[in-house]
Design a protein around this ligand. Structure first.
Ligand SMILES: Cc1cc2nc3c(=O)[nH]c(=O)nc-3n(C[C@H](O)[C@H](O)[C@H](O)COP(=O)(O)OP(=O)(O)OC[C@H]3O[C@@H](n4cnc5c(N)ncnc54)[C@H](O)[C@@H]3O)c2cc1C
Length: 360
């Protein structure tokens, strides 16, 4: 059986980001790396989007960047238009991401891919694991979604503005919004997104939700369109189980890199990869990398509010971005100072948050 210095379990976003970061900084010139990934082939399977709050390795995989986004509610406030010129909203094409990384990794003979960990002897390896252990608990919340990338005959989309959350849709006592990334005037990814316990099959008539949304929105004369791509996913809004083990670190979703209030994970994965690369020579003794405690506490309170008051969420999200958009973006991207945190927190409805803080 083959032995390697490092083993990455799961060659998805976190596994490949880490391998790329190590290779880019020549940490694999005299070390060997095995990546265990069962998928038969790499092809576009996801769209990773985020506000670019710092530089990352994948600028050349950005499909489009936007400086404006909207939040639409059916309350009296209507649509909120936000600018994010300082922190543009970027969308990474996972197909380009996989190709870029795999092309780079092929250059180093010390890096090998395997389909199954049973092909390896890992007793003397340091392991980076990105396969989460998700314990089934019925109190857990998920962000689950389904998207269609459509192409129309006519110009239909305002391609300089994304629709981050459109709450003008059937809520079914849950939290539901549509998310639209207009890649061009004739091309957009339209996602129906739910935050729920993900145990109610009746919320999963996703395609008809999207088709109705397209059909019923009076401002859209979409006419005929074709579907170019489908995306489906569920992001756990809880931390996976992590067993503390010598010579093993969890990364990605498995390593707690998801912001539970939003599901955003991609940039946290990049920061974690950088941290590992900087400490790789002494990785057994390095302090565990975690999202800031304050983000974790605030997310926990936020999720409690969300679970108890789903009907208030459109208004709460509207308020988060009200007035100072940059502070809100930094807050949601773990980059805010205490003062910036307060500027966001003070906009929240106090009583529901106090009840969530002290209630069960
Ligand atoms: C559809 C979708 C869209 C998302 N969009 C965004 C977004 O817009 N912005 C954002 O910040 N986050 C987003 N996320 C959340 C997060 O960024 C992604 O889930 C990201 O892919 C997490 O990276 P990961 O490496 O932890 O998991 P993955 O990328 O899923 O990688 C895990 C890998 O492990 C492999 N694997 C599975 N079982 C085994 C096994 N037994 N042994 C070895 N390997 C195994 C899988 O094939 C996979 O390649 C999205 C998630 C999904 C599901």
């Amino acid at each position: 059986m083959k032995e390697f210095d490092y083993v990455i379990i799961g060659g998805g976003c976190a596994g490949l980001s880490l391998a790329y970061e190590l290779e880019l900084h020549q940490k694999l010139n005299d070390k060997t790396l095995a990546i265990v990934e069962p998928r038969a082939e790499y092809k576009r399977d996801k769209t990773w989007s985020f506000w670019k709050v710092f530089d990352h390795n994948f600028e050349d995989c950005v499909r489009k960047s936007w400086n404006k986004f909207n939040i639409r509610t059916d309350g009296p406030k209507g649509t909120q238009a936000n600018e994010c010129t300082r922190y543009p909203y970027q969308s990474i094409d996972s197909g380009l991401f996989y190709k870029k990384i795999n092309d780079k990794l092929k250059e180093n003979r010390n890096i090998k891919f395997f389909k199954n960990i049973r092909e390896l002897d890992v007793n003397n390896s340091f392991i980076f694991n990105s396969v989460p252990t998700l314990q089934a608990e019925n109190s857990n919340l998920w962000q689950h979604f389904y998207g269609l990338e459509i192409e129309t005959n006519e110009d239909c989309f305002n391609d300089d503005t994304i629709s981050l959350m459109d709450f003008c849709c059937d809520q079914r006592n849950s939290i539901h919004f549509f998310y639209i990334l207009p890649f061009a005037k004739k091309k957009a990814l339209i996602e129906t997104t739910w935050i729920s316990k993900n145990d109610d099959g009746s919320l999963k008539d996703y395609e008809s939700q999207i088709k109705n949304y397209i059909k019923n929105w009076p401002h859209w004369q979409l006419g005929n369109y074709k579907i170019n791509f489908k995306e489906e996913g569920a992001i756990p809004l809880f931390y996976p189980y992590e067993k503390k083990e010598k010579n093993k670190i969890n990364i990605g979703t498995a390593g707690g890199m998801t912001r539970l209030s939003t599901g955003y994970t991609f940039l946290n994965i990049q920061e974690h990869s950088k941290y590992i690369r900087m400490n790789i020579e002494n990785i057994e003794k390095a302090k565990k990398y975690e999202l800031k405690n304050k983000s974790k506490v605030l997310d926990k309170i936020f999720l409690k509010v969300l679970e108890k008051n789903p009907e208030k969420m459109p208004d709460i999200f509207y308020k988060i971005f009200d007035r100072n958009t940059d502070n809100a973006i930094k807050f949601l991207s773990n980059r805010s100072s205490f003062i910036e945190d307060m500027s966001v927190i003070l906009k929240m409805p106090k009583w529901v948050f106090i009840k969530a803080l002290f209630g069960k």
